[in-house]
Design a protein around this ligand. Sequence first.
Ligand SMILES: Cc1ncc(COP(=O)(O)O)c(C=O)c1O
Length: 364
Amino acid sequence: MLRRIHGGVSWIDSEKFLDFSVNVNPFGPPKEIVEKLYYCINNKAYKFYSDPNYRLLHKTLSEAYDIDEKNLVHTAGASEALFLIIKCLISRGFRNVFLLSPTYGEPEIKALAKELGARASFILMGEAQDKFYIDLDSLIDNMKDIKNTFLIISNPNNPTGIYIDQDNIKAIAESLEGRGFLIIDEAYSELSRKRGGLDLLNYYDNLIVVRTLTKLFATPGLRTGFLASRNKRLIECLEALRPTWNIDSISSCVFSGRPLRDKEWFKKFISDTSGKIKALREDLENGLKKIGFKVFRSEANFILSKIIINYNPEEFYRKLYLKNIVVRNCDSFKGLDPRYFRVGVKDCSSNKVLLETIKEVIKE
Ligand SMILES: Cc1ncc(COP(=O)(O)O)c(C=O)c1O
């Protein structure tokens, strides 16, 4: 059976553990979103079906992100967007799926492609001294003679934290023109300070961008995200595959209208949050390096690190767990092994606790 391995302890255990295995906004949902949630509950939104066309949610998302309404499909988070895209493209004959690995969702995407009669292949990033990287020429070369194909890139990438800039994204999209699609999963875009791919959409028919609100607002339980493309035929296919009430009425109530519709608030929130995260990430990177771990340069709200001291990784995870700290063992990702672990950046005092606890553990 397909085993889905992801970070994040359940809410039942959340009081007990300091959870670094999850990558959501470390400051939690902003008060404006929490207030809206109470409003939706007090007005008993859960007693009703969502509007099957999600008119207000659709309008709100398209205004907040400056995307033409007709180019947007709202989804239950980025994961549903990815599943819908894969189903749609395979059903339209695009049977060669490529992933830039290590990356999010490898086993699920492989299983889904196989089930639908397609093939998933993994192109591995290179590992340099202080970062993972892509070799653009060989990436493009790998897919050169393959027709009916599509490539999924998570940008910034989970778990390596690398960011592929717009010029490279353009080169990849252009290399696939006429025979394939490029899907950029930008689940962490708002939490990094890097430019996403939404403003490229107008130039490429074969480009699809995926976004989510679950990471930005630290609300993975309110499953809301979207995908965007200017390709009319593709949007029709995705809308046809989208289940009628794919987003529950509480989530769609929270993210429809205010506060998301307040553009100034939204912009400021993203800018403040990503700025704070960058500073915290740099401190945490330095702390991990001082301990003697390898740290890969990240542009996101998480860090990939590697145990290069003489210490058994399984013991490392077990001992941290006994001290109520959870980090993400990355051995389930292609090309990584148990020495690689990922930590989501948290607030300053939690990050300190992590570093102190790691020091204690490796002394034992
Ligand atoms: C790169 C990436 N894409 C998508 C997702 C899923 O996000 P969502 O909660 O919006 O489904 C994750 C979650 O970990 C992720 O890391």
